[in-house]
Design a protein around this ligand. Structure first.
Ligand code: ACO
Length: 322
């Protein structure tokens, strides 16, 4: 059994915040932000616009592109670090708003690696026979957990959502199959204080703000991901040359460029959207994927490597054939 992607979609809030807008709020400049991160602008959710609203938009677009009804989906897995509420899971709000009353919906929390963790979970559910059609969503409103006085973090992030529909399909068990070929997840909690939110229900009873040791995160982001990529090559007998597209988590252009270089991936095969969206955490990969599919870059049978690293630290890869 393979988990095949039968549709994808994304959704961005209307409001755009440029670097020049930010320069009116904190001591920064368009030049500094572009040079250090590649980010030119980000989308910010309007007041009252929730993670579930963005997730619903992306889900509806993904269902339309798959050409199926919401009722055909039996599982919703939503990756987010910025849920509407501490509980219930944001996935059940999306489930209700899609009018689905059967099956199961739950959230997965692995911060920027969330989408890769959610895809891997969905793939395991499908392979285990627990799901036939699974909606996998990455949705975030990081603008709500930023310290807008802290120029070292508030310039980096944005809001958005992306989604794919995975369907159980018969495969021959070779790398020529379409669908998820292999996935590899890792985490190492010793690094949990390098990138975290200083609040939460059990610790402070507040939502808190994002805190980060930028240089440490940068160093690890480039260094740590190699193992999960090599595991993917080993499991499938493929290599960087076989890839048609590399779609990494979109945190920072310098991290993306350095990672691709280290992995020996041709820059022409790297999908980069961080300049328009900033870092949208769990939403960044499905947003980038959707853009590359809709603009015609990703074609049937293309081999695609998804890769992410985030707070925890958590990191992972998903190798799939489109
Ligand atoms: N505008 C202007 N100046 C700034 C800004 C800003 N927005 N932010 C920091 N500075 C200043 C600093 O105060 C410092 O000034 P000083 O020398 O007078 O002390 C100077 O710029 C250099 O600061 P550094 O932090 O050393 O700059 P660096 O080159 O490391 O770039 C950055 C900072 C962009 C955060 C970088 O470390 C980075 O990209 N880290 C990775 C962080 C990341 O992407 N995290 C995303 C979450 S993790 C993930 O998704 C994988």
């Amino acid at each position: 059994i393979r988990s095949k992607v039968i549709g994808c979609g994304s959704f961005l809030p209307k409001k755009v915040l440029t670097n020049n807008d930010l320069a009116e709020m904190v001591d920064t400049s368009d030049e500094w932000v572009v040079q250090r991160t590649g980010i030119k602008q980000r989308h910010i959710a309007a007041e009252g616009e929730l993670t579930s609203d963005l997730a619903l938009g992306a889900a509806q677009n993904a269902l339309a592109s798959a050409g199926i009804d919401a009722s055909d989906v039996d599982t919703i897995i939503l990756a987010t670090a910025t849920p509407d509420n501490t509980f219930p899971a944001t996935a059940v709000t999306v489930q209700a708003r899609l009018g689905i009353t059967h099956g199961a919906a739950f959230d997965v929390h692995a911060v920027c690696s969330g989408f890769v963790f959610a895809m891997t979970t969905a793939d395991a559910y499908i392979k285990a026979g627990l799901s036939k059609r699974c909606l996998v969503i990455g949705a975030e409103t990081f603008s709500r957990i930023l310290d807008w006085q802290d120029r070292t973090t508030c310039v980096l992030f944005g809001d958005g959502a992306g989604a794919v529909v995975l369907e159980a399909s018969q495969g021959a068990g070779t790398t020529a199959d379409t669908g998820i070929l292999t996935s590899h997840l890792r985490s190492d909690g010793r690094h949990k204080d390098k990138l975290f939110v200083d609040g939460g229900p059990s610790s402070t009873q507040t939502v808190g703000h994002l805190r980060m040791e930028g240089r440490e995160v940068f160093k690890h982001a480039v260094g740590m991901i190699t193992d999960v990529i090599e595991d993917a090559y080993k499991a499938t007998g493929t290599s960087s040359e076989d890839l048609d597209w590399f779609i990494p988590h979109q945190a920072n252009k310098r991290i993306i460029d350095a990672s691709a270089k280290k992995l020996g991936i041709d820059p022409a095969k790297v999908v980069t959207t961080v300049q328009w969206h900033g870092n949208t955490s769990a939403a960044s990969i499905p947003l980038a994927l959707d853009i590359a599919v809709k603009d015609g870059r990703v074609k049937k049978n293309d081999l695609i490597m998804l890769e992410a690293m985030g707070g925890g630290f958590t990191w992972g890869s998903v190798l799939l054939r489109w």
